[in-house]
Design a protein around this ligand. Structure first.
Ligand SMILES: [Zn+2]
Ligand SMILES: [Zn+2]
Length: 339
């Protein structure tokens, strides 16, 4: 396949809110790697962090799907033509965490995010097989966008009959809504400041949605729970004030799961002490070992991925795709770029 190793198009972050498609060499694969031809890559909410900064001059994108087009000598598990997703948190491969597939805990881990490029080189242990029943756009959601909220729900140890609140109804929050119902929560309350997102949460099964731009959601949650508060709150909003507001919806013994928010400036520490036994649990991405079970959950039909993809843009329109995703939250959900 010597002729393959020429140039490819890749999207480089060249300035604040600016991406340029440029030619760059196709990555060379080592003996343990596969060459993947990228088919699609979705924009993640966390992409806002680099997109709003000055130029990183890097290729980004960590929710991609592709097909195997070449393999190193020791890479034998996949065949040419197989559809695969790269797992993007890469560990040292030798520590106790890596040996169990918990690359997320490895001290030396790093995120390899090159999904906005025509080709990617990926080691065998970081490739996940994609069943044929998912089209390329849906499949971009099978890694981060499905794995992260399902990881949060497993850490929340949701029990039958509990009341749960999802703070933030973007693509992660909408999976969390559906996952909570799957895990047996009885009342699932969604909160967002965008009416369109509240409407989709209702359509996907939320018991109640509260538009925080017009409703006193704190009061409503306590009204519905007879003054006690929620068993579980899942926060998907990446802001310190969101984490504090989410914490304040918990009943004694309740669990706040932080998917995205960091705790900087978080004002609820006082409530953590004493007798109320409330917990804050941090989660990050998902362990590689969750993937097969996550696929089984989606295939059960109780989680709708298709409904979450609102826009598909061609690669040449990647700047328009980012503008849509981050400047028009009232018009979009998951924005996917086809390559
Ligand atoms: Zn992401
Ligand atoms: Zn390691």
């Amino acid at each position: 396949m010597a002729n393959l190793y020429q140039k490819m198009n890749a999207a480089f972050h060249v300035g604040k809110h600016r991406i340029a498609i440029r030619e760059t060499p196709i990555p060379k694969i080592s003996e343990d790697e596969y060459l993947i031809k990228t088919k699609a890559c979705a924009i993640c909410g966390s992409d806002l962090r680099w997109w709003s900064r000055e130029a990183t001059n890097e290729i980004h994108g960590h929710e991609s799907i592709g097909i195997v087009v070449d393999a190193g000598r020791n890479a034998t598990a996949f065949q040419e033509g197989d559809r695969v997703i790269p797992y993007v948190i890469r560990g040292c491969g030798r520590c106790a965490f890596c040996s169990r597939g918990f690359y997320i805990y490895c001290k030396q881990n790093t995120g390899i995010t090159t999904g906005f490029a025509e080709y990617q080189a990926v080691p065998e242990r970081y490739l996940m097989d994609v069943p044929g029943c998912f089209n390329d756009e849906e499949a971009t959601l099978l890694g981060d966008n499905l794995g992260t909220p399902l990881r949060a729900l497993r850490k929340a140890s949701v029990e039958e009959g509990e009341t749960a609140v999802v703070f933030g109804l973007g693509p992660l929050g909408l999976i969390a809504i559906q996952g909570l119902l799957f895990f047996g929560a009885e009342n699932v309350i969604g909160i967002d400041v965008q009416k369109n997102r509240c409407d989709i949460a209702t359509e996907l099964g939320a018991t109640l949605t509260l538009d925080a731009s017009t409703v006193d959601f704190h009061r409503q949650v306590f009204r519905i729970t007879k003054g006690i508060g929620a068993h579980v709150v899942i926060n998907t909003v990446d802001a310190a004030d969101a984490a504090a507001a989410a914490f304040n919806l918990l009943r004694p013994g309740g669990r706040l799961i932080l998917i995205a928010g960091n705790c900087t400036g978080y004002g609820g520490q006082g409530e953590l002490r004493g007798r109320a036994e409330r917990q804050i649990i941090g989660t990050f991405y998902f362990p590689r070992t969750d993937y097969e079970e996550n696929i089984r959950i989606v295939r059960s039909g109780l989680i709708n991925l298709k409904r979450l993809v609102s826009h598909v843009y061609p690669f040449e329109e990647i700047n328009e795709a980012f503008e849509m995703r981050f400047k028009n939250p009232d018009k979009c959900l998951k924005v996917v770029i086809g390559l």
